[in-house]
Design a protein around this ligand. Structure first.
Ligand code: AMP
Ligand code: MG
Length: 407
């Protein structure tokens, strides 16, 4: 049995396709500039410089085992017992091995001058300061991590444009990059609109609801390491214009929720355009999130999300997250996954279905979580993203592969 979805038949002539909308977004990405930040805050940021080795890695011939070190020359003369003269510890300056003897050496220590073999304690017995080696054969530079074998001085260790990972923090610190140049993040304002909305801390009156989707947006942005300020505006044209006056000056990415549909108090598009924010598109042939509004001026980019919680999250995930990634020079947040069941949906709209992903034998599977209409906020709790079912098809079969936009 296929999942069946229906919709009321309407004309979609005043709308653009998802592909057109994504192309417009791509054409309106911005260069966010760069800034210097401490390495301790760099995780998840996008590098705007190459990270170079400040000296060879490792910086000296380094012992990789605890044991003794000798000279291969002595071994080749047939010596198998060595008087122990001294110890070379990690963190101590390089000493010199007296030929005809051995030194004890610890992992991480500089290999002494004249030494070129490290033999692990497991292959040695030491009694009365005489070490006897039980190994049958040894090789030059055994158990030694040679200078410069990981990287030469000046070599690029991490390339500009990469998102800084946990491993990269280790690299930054090991080469002494205490501050690092990264792509700047936009200054984000998140604005809820709607007379019916109250804060989560409040008890709503029978005709009111608690705000939720702006807090979902906050959480999605935090996940990307972005900071933001929150605002609320009521559905009054003058109030909206006044608030936008300030917000358009102070921020360069503005995410609005609600007020972009065809209701009598959906004033957002009018207010934005009256403030010189140019509309790039309004309304897309898609479900959910048809009324999405997107525009910009020379310094601010604005997304007007439809207020319905699933619409807001879908539009953020498919369009805003894409805009952010592309503006930061990162790849898209889309992957591909296989449907786990048939879905039937009439064809004129692209259908974004929130899905839970799983892995089966190396294949990513997408299970639809969408049961009853676009108000299905609760099922979002299990979702990983939205699968894109194209508008020119109406039957989507189990096993077929489609694009999935990840949160
Ligand atoms: P609108 O896009 O303003 O017409 O709102 C569409 C629907 O989404 C209405 O039922 C609103 O009450 C609801 N809505 C708008 N904003 C929010 C919000 N921040 N959190 C939860 N629901 C919202
Ligand atoms: Mg509203």
């Amino acid at each position: 049995m296929a999942l069946e979805f229906t919709y009321s038949s309407k004309k979609f002539d005043d709308m653009i396709s998802v592909e057109e909308a994504l192309a417009i977004i791509e054409n309106h990405t911005v260069d966010l500039g760069s800034e210097e930040i401490p390495y301790s805050e760099a995780n998840g940021r996008v590098l705007d410089e190459d990270i170079l080795a400040d000296r060879p890695l490792p910086p000296f011939h380094r012992a990789t085992m605890d044991g003794i070190c000798i000279s291969l020359k002595d071994w080749e003369t047939g010596m198998r017992t060595f008087p122990v003269f001294g110890e070379q510890f990690a963190g101590a300056p390089q000493q010199t091995l007296k030929l005809g003897s051995c030194m004890e050496i610890m992992t991480g220590a500089v290999v002494p001058e004249n030494a070129n073999v490290v033999i692990r304690y497991e292959d040695v017995t030491i009694e009365n300061s005489i070490a006897t080696v039980h190994a049958d054969s040894i090789t030059e530079m055994m158990n030694i991590h040679l200078t410069g074998t990981d990287a030469e001085e000046g070599e690029v260790l991490v390339e500009k444009g990469k998102r800084i990972s946990h491993g990269d923090i280790g690299i930054l610190t090991s080469v002494g990059k205490t501050t690092v140049r990264v792509k700047e993040h936009p200054k984000v304002a998140i604005i809820s609109t709607g007379d019916e909305l109250v804060e989560p801390e409040e008890k709503p009156l029978p005709h009111q609801i608690r705000k939720s989707n702006v807090y979902t947006l906050c959480s999605l942005l935090r996940d990307q390491g972005l900071e933001f300020e929150l605002f609320h505006i009521n559905d009054e044209l003058e109030e909206i214009k006044k608030a936008l006056d300030r917000i358009l000056n102070d921020f360069n990415l503005i995410l609005l929720s609600g007020g972009v549909s065809k209701g009598k108090r959906d004033f957002i598009p009018e207010a934005l355009e009256s403030h010189g924010v140019k509309k790039h598109f309004h309304r897309i042939k898609q479900r959910p999130g048809k009324p999405l509004w997107f525009g910009s001026n020379d310094r601010v980019t604005v997304f007007g999300f439809p207020g319905n919680p699933v619409s807001t999250i879908a539009c953020y995930t498919v369009y805003c997250r894409h805009w952010l990634n592309r503006s930061l020079g990162l790849p898209s947040n889309a992957i591909h996954a296989q449907l786990t069941e048939d879905i039937h949906f009439p064809k004129e709209l692209t259908f974004f279905v929130h899905v839970a992903l799983s892995y089966e034998q190396g294949t990513v599977k997408a299970k639809s979580l969408r049961g009853n209409g676009s108000g299905d906020l609760v099922s979002l709790s299990k979702a990983d993203g939205f699968i894109e079912l194209p508008a020119d098809q109406s039957h989507f079969k189990k096993g077929e592969v489609y694009r999935v936009y990840l949160f």
